[in-house]
Design a protein around this ligand. Structure first.
Ligand SMILES: Cc1cc2nc3c(=O)[nH]c(=O)nc-3n(C[C@H](O)[C@H](O)[C@H](O)COP(=O)(O)O)c2cc1C
Length: 368
């Protein structure tokens, strides 16, 4: 067990909210889900006192326009950030996003985001290039968040890039993550111990903040993650059912109707192959609802036949997500069974924060 250098700071969450002064503790963040977390979703989460991330992914062609839309919403909400940054984050898949062009966009004074989220380098050294580039381009105003999927990756990220924050992603997470990984209940404390030891032995490396991701869909999971040592929580799957998510109604209905996510979702590369999103580095898989595409793959249907059926499902629109014959990619995590209804992103953010706080303050009913 590590000796935590910050033990004397009993209220580390307030430091996190001090860094993002429009936020309320505990910090609730919305994952940068490519194509789904656009300006309206990300801005709504920030308006509710969380930190919303726009999911630029590997394609920055619409980033300027998304930032401009977010700026309009956030300006109307009159959120104060003290350092002049946009009270929003942007997430990049750095195996594919172009660094120089990204820096050109983010360095414009009106675009500087409060945080940038880096995920899935092709080579670990990319983390260093991106971190240094963004810090320089934004005059150190933008905080660096790196999402990691294992203790090893966390150590590597801190040694190479010394990020301001690590997002610790457990294997229950929806969308892409490590093909082999642990759930947050063991991953978070082990990662925090390892990073704390590293920072204690290297005084020039500051201890980052920690945010938990993967399988958290409501207040109970959020409270548990905070008990494990995280200072904030990140949700993706739950926000798929936000009014502001950019999502087909068939996809959203499939999320709402699924339950028992440990058996009804699967992490695999099959959906990437069928969609043609095969540029991901080795070692990653996407977790999504287990449907006919995966069952046919497992049953030995050839890729060509499976792809033909997939393309037909794409052409059928929302029907491609319906019932036993559903085949379309439905990235979502094991927390899918706790996603019951469509709500505004603002209501989701406030509800999770409220419910987690209530549990942690001991005012929630308990059978202990
Ligand atoms: C539909 C979907 C798309 C995602 N896209 C991205 C992405 O583009 N970049 C990224 O860093 N993470 C992405 N993620 C993973 C999230 O960053 C996060 O780890 C995950 O959503 C947390 O687990 P949860 O879905 O159980 O809340 C995605 C997740 C989902 C569900």
């Amino acid at each position: 067990m590590s000796s935590l250098p910050h033990d004397s700071n009993t209220d580390m969450t307030s430091s996190l909210t001090a860094t993002y002064p429009w936020t309320t503790s505990p910090l609730v963040t919305c994952a940068p889900m490519r194509l789904i977390a656009n300006a309206s979703l990300a801005a709504a989460v920030s308006v509710a006192g969380g930190l919303g991330f726009i999911g630029a992914g590997s394609d920055i062609s619409t980033l300027s326009s998304e930032l401009s839309q977010a700026r309009d919403i956030l300006t109307k909400a009159n959120i104060s950030t003290s350092t002049g940054v946009l009270p929003i984050g942007v997430g990049f898949l750095i195996w594919g996003a172009p660094l120089a062009d990204t820096l050109a966009i983010l360095s414009k004074p009106e675009n500087i985001p409060a945080a940038v989220w880096l995920f899935a380098p092709r080579e670990p050294e990319q983390l260093k290039d991106w971190t240094q580039g963004i810090r320089k381009a934004t005059n150190n105003k933008t905080k660096i968040w790196i999402q990691v999927t294992s203790v090893r990756e966390a150590l590597e990220a801190v040694k190479l890039a010394s990020p301001d924050l690590l997002v610790i992603q457990g294997t229950d997470a929806g969308g892409h993550g490590a093909a082999q990984g642990a759930g947050i209940i063991s991953l978070i404390p082990e990662t925090i111990d390892a990073i704390t030891d590293l920072c204690n032995s290297s005084p020039s490396t500051p201890l980052p903040f920690f945010v938990a991701a993967g399988g958290i869909s409501e207040g109970r999971g959020a409270a548990a993650a905070l008990c494990l040592g995280a200072q904030g929580i990140c949700l993706g799957t739950r926000y798929l059912a936000a009014n502001e998510a950019t999502i087909a109604s068939g996809y959203r209905d499939a999320v709402l109707s699924a339950s028992d996510g440990g058996t009804t979702t699967i992490r695999s590369s099959v959906y990437d192959q069928l969609r043609g999103t095969t540029e991901w580095p080795a070692g990653y898989g996407g977790r999504g609802v287990l449907n006919a595409s995966y069952r046919d793959h497992e049953a030995g249907v050839s890729f060509e036949d499976n792809k033909k059926l997939y393309d037909e499902a794409v052409a059928s629109g929302d029907q491609g997500w319906e019932g036993e014959r559903a085949r379309l990619t439905t990235y979502a995590g094991t927390g899918i069974g706790l996603v019951k209804k469509v709500m505004s992103a603002e209501a989701i953010t406030r509800e999770i924060r409220h419910d987690a706080s209530k549990i942690l303050s001991g005012t929630s009913a308990s059978r202990l």
